[in-house]
Design a protein around this ligand. Structure first.
Ligand SMILES: [Zn+2]
Ligand SMILES: [Zn+2]
Length: 363
């Protein structure tokens, strides 16, 4: 079968023939339909990380997938069911991994499909056990491939709400009295903004573009206010509209993230989801940042990876997003390429490119 692969340690990506998986007796044979591409894939292609399965030279790329059941085996699924596989497989040793929370692994000895030690989904067939598959509700269709990037915002919101049980944070059933700011309008940022919006938050989303981009127009169609950070700082924004109860950082830029801490309101929480690359050190207003954390009882929390519970919540929320803002998710899935056009798929960059996916149907 065809597979899009990297040779970890060597920059570059190619398509090659690989052996088809033979499902073990508790496994289900799946056919990937769409596989999303993100910055993690580009970093693996650049050989910043990525690890082939033990004993193999190549790693099949792809961790954001929408699959169809080909052979259900002994599972309760049926041929033709749509499912979203999760990414991380626990270490099998620590409390978190043994209790369904591999996203909170203590040892770091987990594996991740398409990233670390396990082949991913950019290929014609994969085998997986049912425990790692979230069923796709009917009516969601291709947009379901956005589930994995959506889980990051879901985890940020769900964990923030849980951490904020230290105070009265909700507004009597929803969060309409709370202001949220999402930094970055890539797929993770846009989906986090929508997840906050359907919970009632007043939401602002900031990027470095004016209001005319597809992203800005889609966000404003969902009642999310767009802020162009080239026109002013986040601090200036917070002086105009008030400080934020909840900030989600989704740019991966350390300065953008930490500089925004003083925009947190009293008892506010900031969830950092981006992973800065490189090893630069920055000049930053450390005194102002630490003062505002302490004087505001602020929380700054790191958010990475997601267990299957966040996949299931993301899928439910995407149904609600589609109901409230019809068509918005299909527009976030802005570009699709055939597997043989992989090199264009991994390199295309434009302000109107939001989520790119490889379409394996007909491969
Ligand atoms: Zn990704
Ligand atoms: Zn673990």
């Amino acid at each position: 079968m065809k597979a899009i692969v990297v040779k970890p340690g060597t920059p570059g990506v190619s398509i090659m023939d690989r052996k088809e998986p033979v499902p073990a007796k508790d496994e289900i044979l799946l056919k990937p339909l769409l596989v999303g591409i993100c910055g993690t894939d580009r970093e693996i292609i650049s050989a910043y990380y990525g690890e082939a399965p033990a004993g193999e030279e190549y790693l099949t790329l792809g961790h954001e997938s929408l699959c169809v059941v080909e052979e259900p085996g002994r599972s309760s699924l049926h041929k033709g069911d749509l499912v979203i596989p999760t990414v991380r497989r626990g270490c099998g040793e620590c409390w978190s991994c043994l209790h369904g929370q591999s996203d909170m692994c203590f040892t770091g000895r987990y594996k991740e499909r398409g990233i670390k030690g396990l082949n991913g989904y950019n290929c014609e067939l994969v085998a997986e056990v049912q425990d790692y598959l979230a069923p796709v509700p009917s009516g969601l269709g291709d947009a379901a491939v956005l589930t994995e990037p959506m889980t990051i915002g879901e985890k940020a919101i769900i964990q923030s709400i849980s951490l904020q049980q230290r105070i009265k944070w909700d507004c009597g059933g929803d969060f309409s009295c709370r202001k949220a700011l999402v930094l970055g309008t890539g797929p993770v940022g846009m989906l986090a903004a929508l997840a906050a919006r359907i919970r009632g938050f007043q939401v602002w989303a900031a990027d470095r573009h004016d209001d005319t981009t597809l992203r800005a127009r889609l966000l404003s169609s969902a009642g999310i206010k767009h802020f162009n950070s080239m026109s002013g700082s986040i601090e200036e924004l917070s002086r105009t509209v008030g400080k934020f109860d909840f900030i989600v950082e989704a740019t991966g830029d350390a300065i953008v993230g930490l500089d925004s801490v003083p925009a947190l309101a009293a008892n506010g929480i900031m969830a950092l989801t981006g992973i800065p690359g490189g090893a630069q050190s920055y000049q930053m207003p450390a005194v102002q940042i630490m003062r505002s954390i302490v004087l505001n009882n602020a929380i700054v929390v790191g958010i990475v990876n997601a267990n299957i519970s966040y996949f299931k919540t993301a899928l439910m929320d995407m149904v609600e997003i589609n109901r409230r803002f019809p068509g918005i998710l299909d527009k976030i899935l802005s570009h699709r390429f055939k597997p043989e056009d992989f090199s264009r798929a991994f390199s295309i960059r434009d302000s109107d490119v939001i989520k790119v996916a490889i379409d394996w149907r007909g491969a």
